[in-house]
Design a binder for this molecule. Structure first.
Ligand code: T5A
Length: 212
């Protein structure tokens, strides 16, 4: 039985996930917890190779189901080799994205169907899910502005505005359907305000986790 806790951080492009994860890590470590920070797609050498395949722009059109299965191939390696062992050791795991990203990006963004992606998730992962998900919510244009000038876009960043609108709407719908797991953070505010909101959510979760 896992004794650690699993936190995922989600949001659209440039929402501030990487930036805010550092604050979450610091707070958990200050509470004396051992913390593993990881990311998806990726988190193991094999899964990082799959990440490169997924993100690289290419001339060959990638079939939707190929993309979906690559995402889950990377995820299964990550879950079995990194996340579950860490939780079993009693470590806390923070993952930059997890299955909600697949529901938002492949299910809604790519229009593969949220129910279809949920069915695959259930088939492969059963009821394994994060204990807490911080959703950094930001209007699509603001995220794109933050990423401007960061170099060549990856295969997802090349998608159009409507794609990312569907991603954002799907994330918000997921959060509304699972209010016990999600905390929605308004990520459009200046960084100190976002960091304060993230810290508050983590503090509340620590208290909840310590409760008998
Ligand atoms: N994907 C992933 C799928 O399609 N399906 C899946 O199942 C999964 C898991 C890679 C791609 O894979 C797709 C989605 C993605 O397109 P990724 O590496 O997480 O996933 O990609 P990004 O979301 O593109 O990650 P980014 O690093 O680009 O964005 P972050 O981490 O959200 O943003 P961050 O922290 O790097 O911040 C971006 C910039 O904004 C500034 C930061 O300093 C930085 O410069 N910033 C702020 N500026 C002003 N105010 C604030 N509040 C700010 N917060 C951050």
């Amino acid at each position: 039985m896992a004794s650690g806790r699993f936190i995922s951080v989600e949001g659209g492009e440039g929402a501030g996930k990487s930036t805010n994860i550092e604050g979450v890590r610091a707070r958990l470590q200050a509470a004396g917890l051992r913390v593993v920070v990881t990311r998806e797609p990726g988190g193991t050498p094999l899964a990082e190779e799959i990440r490169k395949l997924l993100l690289a722009p290419r001339e060959e059109a990638v079939c939707d189901d190929t993309e979906l299965l690559l995402v889950f191939a990377a995820r299964m390696q990550h879950v079995e080799r990194v996340i579950k062992p860490a939780l079993a050791r009693g470590d806390w795991v923070i993952s930059d994205r997890f299955t909600d990203a697949t529901i938002a990006y492949q299910g809604a963004g790519r229009r593969m169907g949220v129910d279809r992606v949920q069915a695959l998730r259930t088939l492969l992962l059963g009821d394994f899910a994060p204990d807490l998900t911080l959703l950094l919510d930001l209007p699509v244009d603001r995220g794109m502005e933050r990423l401007a000038g960061r170099g060549a876009p990856d295969r997802f960043e090349m998608e159009d505005r409507e794609f990312f609108d569907r991603v954002r709407a799907a994330y918000l719908q997921l959060a509304a359907s699972e209010p016990g797991r999600f905390r929605v953070i308004d990520a459009a505010r200046p960084l100190p305000a976002v960091q304060a909101a993230v810290a508050q959510a983590v503090e509340a979760f620590l208290l909840q986790s310590a409760a008998p």
